[in-house]
Ligand binder design. Structure first.
Ligand SMILES: Cc1ncc(C[n+]2csc(CCOP(=O)(O)OP(=O)(O)O)c2C)c(N)n1
Length: 617
C-alpha cells in the first residue's frame, strides 16, 4: 500500500487524478473517506451514500474530462467526493453551513456541477437533454448520469430511459447499485437489479468471448463483429441480455464499485462505445466506516455525531415525525380502515412504528410520490383511509395527483406533510416552503398547521376521523422546545385577544417565536393581540371578519409569500403587513435562516415595535 499523503487543495484536480496509479487511487480513496467521516461528524450530512461512491467518483474523473464531459448526480447527496476532486477541497469544511458549500450539486458553485439536484430520479432526463444538445452542436463529449437503485424506483427515471436508449447520444447511465434506498430498496425493479448484481460481469464475459473468437479460425472474426453489434440474437445466445439492452442501451457490468482498476476499465469501455450505455456498478452503502456499514440507512442523512461512538440517535423518538407516527398507529389499532403509505421515507416520517406493528396495512412504494398519492386514492375509493406521510418538498411532485386523483372525487385521505417550513442545512431543494401556496389552490382542501406535539395529535385525529375530503396536516422538522407543555391543544383557532389595536397572526412552530416577541414588546410597554389559526385552510370567515377590525395585522409565515395565507387575508380586506419568504431559501441553520428572513422572535419584535412606537408618536 502506498502511503503518499494527498493535499487535495494543492493538487490540480481533476486533471492530476489521471496520473495516479490504481494503488495511489486506493490510498487517495481512504484519505477521502477519512475526510468525509470527520467533516460529516461535525456538519452533519449524507454519510453512507458518499462513503459508497468514493472509488466510483475517482474513476469517473479519471476516465472522463469534466467539465467538458458532464456528470449529472441523481439526488446529488452523494456528490461530496466530486466536490473534493473539483476544486472545492479547501472549502470542504464549510459544507452545509451558511455561506459555505452546498450539500448538493450547484452549477452556480462550480462549472463541474452540470445540473442542480436534491430531488430524486431526474438525472437521466437531465443528462439526456444535455447529451442531445451536445449532439446537435456536434460536441462529441459524454454526459454521465449517476443514479442509485433507490432513485431508479422513481417514475421519472423510466420516462428518461424510455427516451434515451434510442437517442444515438453519448449518454452513459451509471447505475449505482447498493440494495438500499434510504432503507432497504423495494419493488420489482430492485429485485430485477439484484439478479444482475450477482451475474458475471457482462463486460468481462464479452471480452472473454471475443478472445475465444479471436482464436477461432475463419468464423471467429465475423462472429466477433456480430458480438460487438449490440442488438443481435446470436449475441444474446452467447452473452446474457438485460432489460437495458431491450430498451436500446449497451450494457457494461456489473463492476466492483470499490475496485478502481475494474471501474477504470469498465467506464473506459462504456466511453469507447459512443452510444447510450448503462453501466451497472455494485457498491456498499457506508463502505469503510463500520457503524455506517452496519446501519447504512441510519447513516444516510445524519446530524453532527461523535466519531468514536457513531451516532446512536440517528432516528429520534422525540420529533414531530415520531409523534405523528405513534399517534397514527394508536388510532389505526382501533380502525382497520387506516393504511400508512411512504415513498421510501419510513424512518424520516415516523412510519417505522406502523410498519412494525401493522405491516399488512403499511406500504413503502419506493421514491414514487406521484404513485403514492394515486395509490392512496385507489385505497380510499374502496373504503380505506390512507395516510401518506411525505416531506413537504417531495409532495411538490404530486400536485396533479392531489388534484386529479384525490380532490376531484372528494376522496377522504390524509397527507402528513412532514418537514413543512424551513429545513435548514439541506438548502433550496429541500425547504418545505411551497406547500401552503400550492395546497391552498386545491378546492375542498383542509390544512392543519399545529404548533406542538399535543396539537399535532389532535389535528391528526380530527383529520382522520371527523373531516372529509383531502386533509393535510403539516408540521416541521425536529422537535418541540424542551420542557414545552400545551394543556389546551386546539384544532381550530387559538386566540389571545385583549382589545389591542394591532394583532399578529402566525401558525405552526412560529407561534413560539411570536410569544417570545410579545414578551419583548411588552417589556417596552407595548402590546398586541395574537390569533393563531390551527386549521389554517379553508380560511375561517369569522376570523377574517375579526382581523378586519384591527388597525394593522402582522402576519408571519414560513412559506413563500406568493400564495401565502397573509396574501389571502389581505384579499379579504385585512390590513396586512406580511413577513414571509420572498424566494428560494439557501442552506444554513433553521434559526439563522428564520432570523435572516424576519421570522425570529427578535425580528418579529423589531417589526412590531417599529410600528407600535411609530403609531404612538
Ligand atoms: C423525490 C424525492 N423523494 C425522496 C427523496 C429522499 N431521498 C434522498 S436520497 C434517497 C434514497 C436514494 O437511494 P439511492 O438512489 O439508491 O442512493 P444511495 O443513497 O443508496 O446511494 C431518498 C429516498 C428525494 N431526494 N427526492
Amino acid at each position: 500500500m502506498n502511503n503518499k499523503k494527498f493535499d487535495l487543495s494543492a493538487m490540480k484536480l481533476p486533471e492530476e487524478l489521471k496520473k495516479l496509479s490504481p494503488g495511489e487511487c486506493d490510498e487517495l480513496a481512504s484519505q477521502i473517506r477519512q475526510k468525509l467521516i470527520t467533516t460529516v461528524s461535525k456538519n452533519g450530512g449524507h454519510l453512507s451514500s458518499n462513503l459508497g461512491t468514493v472509488e466510483l467518483t475517482i474513476s469517473l474523473h479519471r476516465v472522463f474530462d469534466s467539465p467538458k464531459d458532464k456528470i449529472v448526480w441523481d439526488v446529488g447527496h452523494q456528490s461530496y467526493t466530486h466536490k473534493l476532486l473539483t476544486g472545492r477541497a479547501a472549502d470542504f469544511s464549510t459544507i452545509r453551513t451558511e455561506d459555505g458549500l452546498s450539500g448538493f450539486p450547484r452549477p452556480d458553485e462550480s462549472r463541474h456541477d452540470a445540473f442542480v439536484s436534491g430531488h430524486s430520479s431526474t438525472s437521466i432526463s437531465a443528462a439526456l437533454g444535455i447529451a442531445v444538445s451536445m449532439k446537435l452542436k456536434g460536441d462529441k463529449h459524454h454526459t454521465i448520469a449517476v443514479i442509485g437503485d433507490g432513485a431508479f424506483t422513481g417514475g421519472e427515471a423510466f420516462e428518461g430511459l424510455n427516451n434515451a436508449g434510442k437517442s444515438g447520444t453519448n449518454l452513459i447511465i451509471v447505475l449505482n447499485y447498493n440494495e438500499m434506498s434510504i432503507s432497504k430498496n423495494v419493488g420489482a425493479t430492485a429485485k430485477y437489479l439484484a439478479t444482475l448484481r450477482t451475474k458475471e460481469s457482462y463486460h468481462k464475459t464479452k471480452t472473454a468471448v471475443e478472445r475465444v473468437l479471436d482464436h477461432t479460425p475463419l468464423v471467429g472474426a465475423p462472429i466477433k463483429k456480430v458480438v460487438r453489434g449490440s442488438k443481435n440474437a446470436l449475441k444474446d445466445m452467447l452473452i446474457h441480455s438485460t432489460m437495458f439492452e431491450d430498451l436500446g442501451f449497451e450494457f457494461v457490468g456489473p463492476l466492483d464499485g470499490h475496485n478502481i482498476e475494474e471501474l477504470d476499465e469498465g467506464l473506459s469501455a462504456a466511453k469507447a462505445l459512443c452510444a447510450p450505455t448503462v453501466v451497472l456498478v455494485n457498491t456498499q452503502k457506508g463502505h469503510g466506516y463500520p457503524p455506517a456499514e452496519a446501519n447504512p440507512g441510519g447513516y444516510h442523512g445524519v446530524g453532527a455525531f461523535d466519531l468514536s461512538t457513531g451516532n446512536p440517535d440517528v432516528v429520534s423518538d422525540d420529533s414531530y415525525s415520531a409523534v405523528f407516527g405513534r399517534k397514527l398507529l394508536s388510532i389505526a389499532y382501533s380502525d382497520e380502515r387506516i393504511c400508512a403509505v411512504t415513498a421510501a421515507m419510513k424512518f424520516g416520517t415516523g412510519l417505522q412504528y406502523f410498519h412494525k406493528a401493522l405491516p399488512e396495512r403499511f406500504f413503502d412504494v419506493g421514491i414514487a410520490e406521484q404513485h403514492a398519492v394515486t395509490f392512496s386514492a385507489g385505497l380510499a375509493t374502496n373504503g380505506m383511509i390512507p395516510v401518506f406521510a411525505v416531506y413537504s418538498t417531495f409532495l411538490q411532485r404530486s400536485y396533479d395527483q392531489l388534484i386529479h386523483d384525490l380532490a376531484i372525487m372528494g376522496t377522504h385521505a390524509v397527507i402528513g406533510v412532514d418537514r413543512a417550513g424551513i429545513v435548514g442545512e439541506d438548502g433550496e431543494t429541500h425547504q418545505g416552503i411551497f406547500d401552503i401556496p400550492f395546497l391552498t389552490t386545491i378546492p375542498n382542501m383542509t390544512i392543519y398547521s399545529p404548533t406542538d406535539y399535543a396539537e399535532l395529535e389532535v389535528c391528526l385525529e380530527q383529520a382522520l376521523l371527523k373531516d372529509k375530503g383531502v386533509c393535510a396536516v403539516r408540521y416541521p422538522r425536529g422537535k418541540q422546545p424542551q420542557g414545552h407543555k400545551n394543556t389546551s391543544p386546539a384544532a381550530d383557532i387559538v386566540k389571545s385577544v385583549q382589545g389591542n389595536k394591532v394583532c399578529a397572526v402566525t401558525y405552526g412552530r412560529l407561534y413560539y417565536d411570536l410569544l417570545a416577541a410579545r414578551e419583548t414588546v411588552r417589556k417596552q410597554g407595548f402590546d398586541f393581540d395574537i390569533i393563531k389559526p390551527v386549521k389554517v385552510f379553508p380560511i375561517d370567515k369569522d376570523m377574517t371578519e375579526e382581523l378586519r377590525q384591527y388597525e394593522r395585522v402582522f402576519v408571519f409565515e414560513e412559506c413563500y409569500k406568493y400564495g401565502s395565507l397573509g396574501e389571502k387575508y389581505a384579499a379579504c380586506g385585512v390590513k396586512c403587513e406580511l413577513t414571509a419568504l420572498d424566494g428560494f431559501v439557501k442552506h444554513g441553520s433553521v434559526r439563522s435562516l428564520l432570523d435572516e428572513h424576519g421570522l425570529s422572535a427578535d425580528k418579529m419584535a423589531e417589526k412590531l415595535l417599529g410600528y407600535l412606537k411609530h403609531d404612538e408618536t
